[in-house]
Design a protein around this ligand. Sequence first.
Ligand SMILES: Nc1ncnc2c1ncn2[C@@H]1O[C@H](COP(=O)(O)OP(=O)(O)OP(=O)(O)O)[C@@H](O)[C@H]1O
Ligand SMILES: [Mg+2]
Length: 236
Amino acid sequence: MGVSLEMIDVTKRIAGRALLDTASMRVAAGEISVIVGPSGCGKSTTLRLFNRLYEADSGTILVSGKSITEIDPIELRRTVGFIPQIPAMFEGTVGDNLRFGRNLLTGMPGQPSNPDTEKETLMLAGLSPDFLDRTASKLSVGEQQRVAIARALMLYPEILLMDEPTSALDPHSVGKVERAVSGINRTVGTTFVVVTHDPDQAMRLGQRIFWLNGGSLREIDKNEVEDLMKGKNGCE
Ligand SMILES: Nc1ncnc2c1ncn2[C@@H]1O[C@H](COP(=O)(O)OP(=O)(O)OP(=O)(O)O)[C@@H](O)[C@H]1O
Ligand SMILES: [Mg+2]
């Protein structure tokens, strides 16, 4: 299986602290990778480096083998979708949100949005097609999280970055979002990089788990996650 996303010797300092210190990681195409680590260690920062919302101080980040500095930022953000922790809903219906998301990044000839695509995309994200006409801002946070997934999918991303996708949700909604992620990964083959605080979620979702702490990023075994997280209230 190919490498979808690769970070090689990346350093990123913020306010004098190296959140990443010559860190490297490889995300295989078609897998769900999870980044876990204590609060404030740089998990969100790491995700933002992948689609150039932040720039690395040094080192290289490759998407499908190509340096992200050589990819047009719009093209990059179409290939590498990003779903923030609490995604904002645009005004209007869920359908408006799906169309607006993809129109934001314009220039998609040959891929017109049609109602069938919108319905299929919603179902992939675990929502019934009836949601298309619902007012997005009135949905529950769990439903909004799944609309955000559908909105991101409308751009046919190869990789989806998700920052703590379920930290604001009740356990029932957590299951729905996790099932949507696994289902999309299985049926469409989208590569996922999911950031979480929750060791159980890391074990449920992650085909590969990375531990971020004190500037270092390393792949760990599933059975290490709980022990590493125990008693960790902050960063080293
Ligand atoms: N734009 C910024 N300006 C100033 N400080 C920043 C900025 N972005 C991140 N930081 C700081 O960098 C550190 C790491 O932040 P980051 O959000 O990446 O951590 P995190 O691991 O995602 O934490 P959490 O688990 O709490 O979400 C924090 O101390 C944060 O305050
Ligand atoms: Mg964060």
